[in-house]
Design a protein around this ligand. Structure first.
Ligand SMILES: Nc1ncnc2c1ncn2[C@@H]1O[C@H](COP(=O)(O)OP(=O)(O)OP(=O)(O)O)[C@@H](O)[C@H]1O
Ligand SMILES: [Mg+2]
Length: 361
């Protein structure tokens, strides 16, 4: 179902994304060692990753790094290692036994079904080595995917160095990393930063974009048709005008209107209140670093698009701030994906975020 609000896992439920899926499969076939899947929140990165992995016929492991971070406040190495193994075991049907055998040859690892227990501390490099060895013996390449990989930076472990080690020494492992905080992910990986361990490595980048107006319209049209819901074109048009081509919001509207069968106004109200809760929760994590982020976003949402005007607004609300410090906060918001800079002007790329921050107290 197109309007299922969970990340999609089946190609039949994924609207379009043909180009991106093709790039995904080509990058795998070409043997790229690092593939990045980028795009702001709710554009369908996790869905594309799920479907791409499933369609690829490669053994794979997928870990949601963001949820690990929220569960632990950091990314503990042994938890990450366990999740990697469990997900790989779950994806591998035909070669499960050989995989299990090779992993159980590491001292202190106990496996039952797809559950893994460590009876002593394990380190990720040894586990990667075994996975690589297994892949080599089976004549396969294994994909290790980290969804929202920028959260790997928020840990005492140098995961960038660890990935660099694997890339350089374990030729049968491919990494796919997604990120909605695109700048943060790039900073963390440092593929173009000579001071970082991953510098200079080849990588492939797949960038997800918003749906165009026509695609957004067609997406809603088809989703409602699938549910036999008779929704007039004018309504679809109006929704697309208000929430643009962000597939996550379109899906949520479709779900409320077509599956929950709320009326148009009720669906919009419910969409806004769910979006508000979600966006405020997401913002709370960056506001913990600086309250000024809120006023910067608010300034932009209220129509101040230039550095100088944004700064004036922020100073009016929070008092003086020096130029360098202010520029740094602004840059961070771009890295987090909350702002985009186009021709010297700042914009908020998601219209619901824009509307919600404009109304923040
Ligand atoms: N191509 C698509 N066709 C149909 N539904 C989609 C598509 N892409 C995403 N969705 C839906 O949009 C919502 C957001 O998708 P998903 O979680 O994959 O995005 P994301 O970019 O990973 O979001 P986040 O930044 O929150 O992690 C989900 O409800 C998902 O089912
Ligand atoms: Mg996601």
């Amino acid at each position: 179902m197109l309007f299922d609000p969970r990340p999609k896992t089946e190609k039949k439920d994924l609207y379009d994304r043909e180009r991106e899926l093709k790039e995904f499969q080509e990058a795998l076939k070409l043997g790229e060692n690092i593939i990045l899947l980028l795009g702001i929140r709710r554009l369908g990165k996790s869905s594309l990753l799920n479907v791409g992995l499933k369609e690829s016929n490669f053994p794979y492991s997928k870990v949601d790094v963001r949820s690990l971070y929220f569960a632990y406040g950091t990314i503990p190495q042994d938890v990450l290692a366990r999740k990697i193994i469990e997900s790989l075991l779950a994806s591998e049907k035909s070669l499960y036994l050989t995989l299990r055998k090779i992993l159980e040859s590491i001292k202190g690892i106990k496996i039952s079904g797809i559950h893994v227990e460590f009876e002593r501390r394990q380190d990720l490099p040894s586990i990667f080595e075994r996975i690589d060895l297994w892949a080599e013996r089976e004549g396969k390449k294994v994909v290790i995917a980290f969804d929202e990989a920028q959260y790997l930076r928020l840990s005492g472990v140098r995961y960038d160095g660890l990935i660099a080690y694997a890339i350089d020494n374990l030729p049968n492992i491919i990494f796919i990393l997604t990120g909605s905080e695109v700048g943060m992910l790039h900073d963390f990986l440092g593929l173009d930063n000579p001071k970082k361990p991953l510098f200079g490595r080849q990588y492939e980048e797949i960038v997800l974009d918003r749906f165009t107006r026509d695609e957004s319209f067609d997406f809603l049209r088809r989703g409602f048709e699938e549910l036999n819901a008779n929704i007039p074109d004018e309504e679809i048009e109006e929704v697309v005008n208000r929430i643009d081509g962000i597939v996550g919001w379109l899906t949520l509207y479709g779900y409320l209107r077509g599956v929950k069968k709320l009326g148009k106004e009720e669906s919009l109200i419910s969409l806004y209140s769910k979006a508000k809760a979600l966006i405020e929760e997401e913002l709370s994590h960056i506001l913990a670093y600086s309250k000024r982020y809120k006023f910067i976003l608010k300034a932009v949402a209220l129509g101040n698009t230039r550095w100088k005007n944004i700064k004036e607004y922020v100073e009016f609300r929070t008092g003086r701030i020096n130029d360098a410090k202010f520029s740094n906060l602004l840059k961070n918001l771009v890295k987090y994906g909350y702002l985009e800079k186009r021709d010297g002007e700042y914009i908020i790329p998601d219209p619901l975020v824009k509307e919600i921050v404009a109304n923040l107290k």
